[in-house]
Design a protein around this ligand. Structure first.
Ligand code: PAF
Length: 287
């Protein structure tokens, strides 16, 4: 199998993209922080439908982790990632160094104000500022026509969409469904932190979402009541600690009191050392 072409330098990456664009190629970017799983690979496969050149970036972005968070222990395995991307025959790996993305004296950040505030933003101050900043930098460096993001990180997708709209960034954002393990647990690099009992306990997020959905299908519309059922389901699991369970409008992420149309139920719970998130759109009649 042919080796995976890869670029580390920023100017080299821009030159590669300029050349591809001059040749009329459509560049599709899948931004990742590495430690790839089936969720990432589903984005990589989907990327093939949206353009000619598939570029995957691997960059564990320090700016989106608070000092108390798991940046140092965030799982990394570049050798394995390269093997997986080679098997997927991606066109290019962009794997920049942190000192090139944030050189000494770096001081420019993108703050997507309102949509960054609730849900994860309320518990991880500065997180979405780090995400929006690195994503805009990746867009300026890789110069893609299209970029793909997974909906497990629902709020991240909203932040990136808002940022591209507000700053007139000429990149089409494609949202892809959450990929799940056979038992329903959403795929995440952080699942790596779960021991066997914790892995079993992690199923409570999915079961809480399922109970909420069943309630709404049964005619319940009161967000307070739906939230109670979710909180109850998570609290039955002694290894899980709920961080938030919120119902909000799926676009601006404003809290809602009634489910009277498509409504986002977003959940975050700690299971052991893993901070897990998941979500579902309730009240959407489409299958
Ligand atoms: O979702 C992720 O893996 C990251 O937040 C992203 C979009 C690659 C930015 O660092």
């Amino acid at each position: 199998m042919a080796a995976l072409p890869s670029i580390r330098g920023i100017r080299e990456m821009q030159a590669w993209s300029d050349h591809a664009r001059r040749e009329g190629k459509r560049i599709v970017l899948v931004p990742t922080m590495g430690f790839l799983h089936e969720g990432h690979l589903s984005l990589v496969r989907e990327a093939g439908k949206h353009g000619d050149c598939r570029v995957v970036s691997i960059f564990a972005n320090p700016a989106q982790f608070a000092p108390s968070e798991d940046f140092d222990s965030y799982p990394r395995d570049l050798e394995r990632d390269v093997r997986l991307l080679t098997e997927e025959r991606v066109d290019l790996l962009f794997n920049p160094a942190a000192e090139d993305i944030y050189p000494a004296g770096y001081q420019t950040y993108v703050d997507v104000e309102e949509v960054s505030r609730p849900l994860c933003g309320a518990h991880r101050p500065g997180h979405f500022r780090g995400v929006a900043t690195v994503v805009l930098k990746l867009f300026n460096i890789v110069r893609p026509h299209v970029a793909l993001f997974g909906l497990k990180d629902y709020q991240q997708v909203r932040v990136i969409r808002r940022m591209t709209e507000d700053l007139n960034v000429d990149v089409d954002i494609i949202e892809c469904p959450t990929v799940r393990e056979p038992d329903g647990v959403a795929m995440s690099s952080r699942n790596r932190y779960l021991g066997p009992a914790e892995r079993e306990a992690a199923r409570c997020l999915q079961s809480a979402l399922g109970k909420a959905e069943a309630l709404v299908r049964g005619g319940e519309t009161a967000a307070r009541r739906i939230r109670e059922v979710v909180v109850d389901e998570i609290s039955r699991q002694p290894l899980a600690r709920l961080e938030y369970a919120d119902l909000c409008d799926p676009r601006e992420l404003h809290p809602v009191e009634e489910v009277d149309g498509p409504t986002l139920l977003a959940l975050c719970a700690w299971v052991g050392n893993a901070r897990l998130i998941d979500n579902r759109i309730l009240g959407d009649d489409e299958p």
